[in-house]
Ligand binder design. Structure first.
Ligand code: SAM
Ligand code: SF4
Length: 342
């Protein structure tokens, strides 16, 4: 991707923040970091049973490289929140060490995980400075869960959610990808689960980022349908808040809130403030971007902070208005969600 350079301060000690503003005036303050493309689950919509071609260990960014990128983005470019993801981030060895390094930065640090190892790791992650987690869970029925993930580990994930609550992560959110004919009959069960456990359930519209290209528009269950289904059993108030990516609704009886990430039917590109770093060190300005910048090559060839800043700024300036899911000219990225970092 060609990188446009902007004039910058000559001094590397300059304390003025160089916000990452794109051509549409969107300021980028949220960074997603994928720490691995590997995963211990095989969610049918994300990863084939045999796995994918994994990034070699040598090509994974080291914790020091990740921290350098994160520090620069926070200290010089005004990034305010970082989410660690993958693949399954908790299969990366010594994840709490990275959490410790990143939690030393003035940033809101969160983790997205399938929850299967949280019973073992939650306390160490909390001690290292993690405050918030999202756990992905697409079925509350053991048989269906096993079919969907190819792992018979629903009790482990539920135990992981409990562990997250016990160590005091706040909020604990549960992400549910809703797919027509797969788990759309569990929408109310998940709403009830959230209300009873005191976790925030966020339903996610199925996106065309699956590994096998099986996505179809017909498989998407829209925000409108999800909200109507929940509201028929647990009445919901008007939109409580729309802060990308989730639209949030509060139960009228005080039973908490529920969110919907409507990436397909109500895309929120207009307010997108996200940038991404993949496990193999590619810098992306959109989940659906078809181009990336090889930051790892720069990091490993002696680039100084100004060189990296120029890449950050140039990549963000080049960001498009938004993805075109549903349009004839939509091009799927070459990589699936687990390879980019969901
Ligand atoms: N392994 C971790 C997990 O499952 O939470 C983190 C990575 S996973 C790729 C991040 C999120 O992306 C999960 O909530 C997952 O359900 C979601 N996801 C993966 N593929 C998706 C797709 N095609 N459409 C919508 N969400 C998807
Ligand atoms: Fe693994 Fe997460 Fe993809 Fe499931 S959604 S296969 S847990 S990376």
């Amino acid at each position: 991707m060609p990188v446009a350079l902007r004039p910058r301060c000559a001094s590397t000690l300059c304390s003025v923040k160089h916000s990452l503003v794109d051509g549409f005036g969107r300021v980028h303050r949220d960074l997603r970091i994928s720490v691995t493309d590997r995963c211990n689950f095989r969610c049918s919509y994300c990863m084939p049973a045999e796995g994918l071609e994994w990034v070699s260990r040598d090509d994974l960014l080291t914790f020091e490289e990740i921290e350098r990128v994160a520090r620069l983005l926070v200290e010089r470019h005004g990034v305010e929140s970082i989410r660690l993801t993958g693949g399954e981030p908790t299969v990366r060895a010594n994840l709490p060490e990275l959490v410790g390094m990143l939690s030393a930065l003035p940033v809101d640090l969160a983790l997205t995980t399938n929850g299967s190892t949280l019973r073992l790791l939650a306390e160490r992650l909390a001690d290292a400075g993690l405050r918030r987690v999202n756990v992905s869970l697409d079925s509350l029925r053991p048989g269906r869960f096993a079919e969907l993930t190819l792992r018979d580990e629903l009790p482990k994930v539920l135990g992981g959610i409990d562990a997250a609550i016990e160590v005091g992560f706040d909020p604990v959110k549960v992400n549910v990808v809703v797919m027509r004919g797969v788990n759309d009959d569990e929408i109310v069960d998940f709403a009830r689960f959230g209300r009873e456990r005191g976790v925030v359930v966020r339903f996610i519209e199925f996106m065309p980022l699956d590994a096998d290209g099986a996505w179809s528009a017909g498989a998407v269950v829209s925000q409108e349908e999800i909200v109507a289904t929940i509201g028929a059993v647990f009445p919901l108030g008007a939109v409580e808040r729309t802060s990308a990516p989730a639209t949030r609704f509060r139960y009228t009886d005080g039973g908490g809130e529920v969110g919907v990430v409507a990436s397909v039917t109500r895309k929120f590109c207009d307010s997108c403030d996200r940038i991404r770093l993949t496990a193999d060190g590619q810098f992306r300005n959109c989940l659906f971007a078809v181009e990336e910048v090889d930051l790892k090559a720069l990091l490993r060839s002696g680039a100084d902070d100004d060189d990296l800043s120029a890449v950050f700024e140039g990549t963000v300036v080049a960001k498009w208005a938004g993805h075109g899911i549903g349009h004839v000219d939509f091009i799927r990225p070459d990589r699936s969600m687990s390879q980019i970092g969901g």
